[in-house]
Design a protein around this ligand. Structure first.
Ligand code: ZN
Ligand code: ZN
Length: 362
């Protein structure tokens, strides 16, 4: 953890802050190791403090050995001043994206009641720890790769058994059941299964609807292992695909594999997106792509960086990203193919092993 704290402290200093109040639960876990659902961190150049309540006092001591623990007891005005008074007069950033308006008001009121010399100045900040989290360390890469492999196993098991007549819901459940029985803590998100025209919606929720032969079926899924998410999409077909499927699938596959082969550290998320976008546009389906090429993955399913047309996020070694172009044709269906891997020595190294369909003759 200490390397994470070191990197976070550098980001806090670079943002012109003296300390950061961390309320994003994923940031809290990332920096401290504490997995409880409630707690506040204060990270400054000299201190790493963690305040949580009675439910976690036993757990937190073993999970967050690098942090000085504060017990939250009673009203906020009773415990919070002790947590921040060493920062009197200095700048305390708060995570604007992870504090409700009501919580912010309460925090301001609590600080306002403190004696002026002990009161820190509250400053809005955004994305500081999230930026640090974008570049994964060895322990995280290991967990992410294990999550991907378990997800692949669950997919392969179900893709090998699914038949026309199964409902979309059954496909989702069989995948989730396999994953949970083989060590997943949870799914990264509600499994997406879209058969036929339903798959034209990129985030199709599974229905009781039976799957039909010859239609595209989009399956987008992920599992959580040691807190880390996987994310993978395959489009399959039961029986013989029609000519349209073969045409569209091949365009998406070419865009996807070209993007994986040519994306580089140092590119912006926008430049990466355009590798796939250009191929899909040249094939005449430019307006049927419609979402970004991918995203970072880690403790959360969607993390920094963003790979999309307008993204100026700069890709860097150690980032774990997805590559997931798609083509969506209302009334017909969708095709999306998604892998997840790490940028390493400047290039994309794929974690995903689940097979992709190969068109005969392609
Ligand atoms: Zn996905
Ligand atoms: Zn994704």
């Amino acid at each position: 953890m200490s390397d994470r704290l070191t990197r976070a402290r550098a980001a806090i200093e670079e943002a012109g802050l003296d300390a950061l109040l961390v309320t994003n639960p994923y940031n809290r876990r990332y920096l401290s190791g504490f997995t409880g659902t409630s707690g506040w961190l204060v990270v400054s150049a000299d201190d790493a403090l963690l305040a949580t309540d009675f439910r976690y006092w036993e757990q937190v001591g073993s999970q967050a050995p690098e942090f000085t623990l504060y017990k939250q007891e009673g009203a906020q005005a009773e415990w919070l001043p002790g947590l921040v008074e060493a920062l009197g007069g200095r700048k305390l950033g708060f995570e604007a994206a992870h504090m409700s308006v009501a919580a912010h008001k309460q925090l301001r009121d609590t600080l306002a009641a403190m004696p002026a010399p002990k009161r820190p100045a509250l400053v809005q900040s955004e994305g500081l720890v999230e930026q640090v989290r974008a570049v994964k360390d060895a322990e995280e890469l290991d967990a992410l790769e294990r999550a991907v492999l378990l997800g692949d196993e669950a997919f392969n098991d179900v893709a090998g058994r699914v038949q026309p007549g199964w409902s979309e819901l059954r496909v989702a459940w069989e995948i989730e059941k396999y994953a949970r029985e083989h060590g997943a803590e949870a799914m990264s998100f509600a499994t997406i299964v879209g058969g036929g025209p339903w798959g034209a919606m990129p985030h199709a929720y599974p229905r009781e609807m039976p799957l039909e032969a010859g239609r595209p079926i989009v399956i987008d899924m992920g599992v959580i292992v040691d807190g880390y998410c996987s994310d993978m999409t395959r489009t399959i077909v039961l029986g013989e695909p029609d000519a349209k499927f073969q045409e569209v699938y091949d365009i998406v596959l070419t865009a996807q594999e070209t993007a994986e082969a040519t994306v580089e550290s140092g590119m912006t998320g926008g430049q990466a997106h355009m590798i796939a976008q250009n191929i899909i546009s040249e094939a005449g389906y430019g307006d049927r792509f419609g979402h970004g090429l991918g995203h970072g993955v880690g403790l959360e399913i969607h993390e920094h960086p963003r790979l999309g047309r307008t993204s100026e996020d700069v890709l860097a070694d150690g980032m774990v990203i997805t590559v997931e172009p798609g083509i969506y044709l209302p009334g017909w269906g969708g095709i999306r193919i998604e892998d997840m891997g790490v940028l390493e020595n400047g290039r994309f190294r794929n974690f995903t092993t689940a097979p992709k369909l190969r068109m005969v003759g392609a």
